[in-house]
Design a protein around this ligand. Structure first.
Ligand code: 9MR
Length: 373
């Protein structure tokens, strides 16, 4: 990595953060860097800016950018049930512990992800022989154990993840099939009991705009609030496609806010066919800017989390063959136009850096030479 890029990456890190991430971060880079610091800009707008992380990568430049640019982190996989208790009673906390410890060392919030989800669920849960009562007990015990372990250290918990089908009906997960509609209220009550300080979220994808699925979520949140179920927020994952930010995003955030819950953009990425082109990167910048602006515009929008900050740590290429380049930094930790789009949405109006246009100069993007103009 060029020294200039590394300086950009770590600009704004505290001395403590630099010590935490170790030798890869140059000690006094901050004073020389010109690029904006997303977490500082976000704080000035009253929101946080976060990223999903992979615990095993939290060293060197990856750690430096994570700590230098973001004030919230979400473990991408390490807190899922399949990660923490793959075999009944056999707990593996090291990955989750590492993320929470990193956040605390660097003054960051943690979004806990996720307590109840149909996916990355251990087979002993998925395929067990349960009654409604026995699965409810297993589920609430799991919540008590995990949320209890991190009590007081988690800002937001994604208590229930991806509970809906695209038409707004309930997904027929093992929890829905076995326990019935009430499993969501049971999960939120268990989470509140385990960690009263954490904000408790219902999280899903394809609910960013006003549509059948987000209508289903809206109706449920209204019911839960009416029943006194302790739900604090709604997470809009926002796994988006370049050029396709829903036009109703801000109105959707606002209608949930009007129900009396917070909203967060929890897993933002914006994918495109690869190799990336200059035109797509420019559109992606506009898209990241639009999503961030929509959050800034609604006072109950708590913040934005990108689902991996670098194209080298993104789920997209594995799940969508032929697509990628979905995050704000390229595979070599160089800020992409999207990064500047985020900064602009957060009120930054500075120089986009040396080189012919946005970004630190031309360089390879997903294997293709791109010149920003
Ligand atoms: O980023 C996660 C990836 O590493 C895993 O392979 C994948 C498995 O389902 O889960 C990814 O994260 C998902 C998140 O937990 C829930 N919303 C969708 C995310 C992308 O699949």
């Amino acid at each position: 990595m060029k020294l200039q890029s590394l300086r950009r990456a770590v600009f704004g890190m505290s001395a403590a953060a630099l010590l935490t991430v170790g030798a890869a971060a140059p000690g006094h880079a901050a004073a020389e860097a010109a690029d904006p610091i997303l977490k500082d800009l976000a704080a000035a707008q009253g929101i946080y800016y976060g990223t999903a992380v992979t615990a095993s990568k939290l060293t060197g430049t990856y750690a430096a950018v994570t700590a230098g640019q973001f004030d919230s982190i979400t473990p991408g996989n390490e807190m899922k049930w399949g990660s923490v208790e793959p075999v009944r009673g056999d707990f593996r906390w090291s990955g989750a512990d590492a993320v929470v410890d990193f956040a605390e060392a660097n003054g960051q919030k943690v979004r806990g992800h996720t307590l109840v989800w149909h996916s990355q669920l251990p087979s002993w849960v998925e395929n067990g022989s349960w009654t409604a009562g026995s699965l409810r007990t297993v589920m609430t015990d799991h919540i008590a154990t995990e949320a209890g372990r991190y009590k007081g250290r988690i800002d937001h918990w994604d208590v229930v993840n991806e509970a809906f089908n695209e038409d707004g009906t309930r997904r027929q997960s093992v929890f829905q099939r076995t326990i019935g509609d009430g499993y969501i209220a049971d999960a939120f009550r268990a989470a509140r009991a385990a960690d009263p300080a954490a904000k408790l979220y219902l999280n899903d994808y394809n609910v960013e705009g006003i549509n059948a699925k987000s209508n289903g979520m809206y109706d449920l949140v209204r019911q839960l609030k009416a029943q006194g179920v302790p739900i604090d927020g709604v997470g809009l994952q926002a796994h988006l496609i370049v050029g396709q930010v829903p036009s109703t995003l801000q109105a959707n955030i606002q209608r949930f806010a009007d129900l009396g819950v917070d909203v967060a953009i929890t897993e933002l990425d914006i994918r495109m066919p690869v190799p990336a082109t200059e035109q797509r990167l420019r559109q992606q910048k506009a898209d990241y800017k639009a999503v961030t602006q929509a959050c800034v515009a609604v006072s109950r929008c708590a913040g934005v989390t990108v689902w991996g900050f670098t194209d080298s740590d993104s789920w997209i290429p594995d799940f969508f063959p032929g697509e990628g380049a979905a995050t704000p930094y390229d595979e070599n930790y160089r800020p992409k136009p999207a990064y500047y789009g985020i900064a602009e949405a957060l009120g930054w109006s500075g120089d986009t850096g040396p080189g012919p246009g946005p970004g630190p100069g031309p360089g390879p993007v997903s294997g293709c030479a791109v010149t920003y103009a």
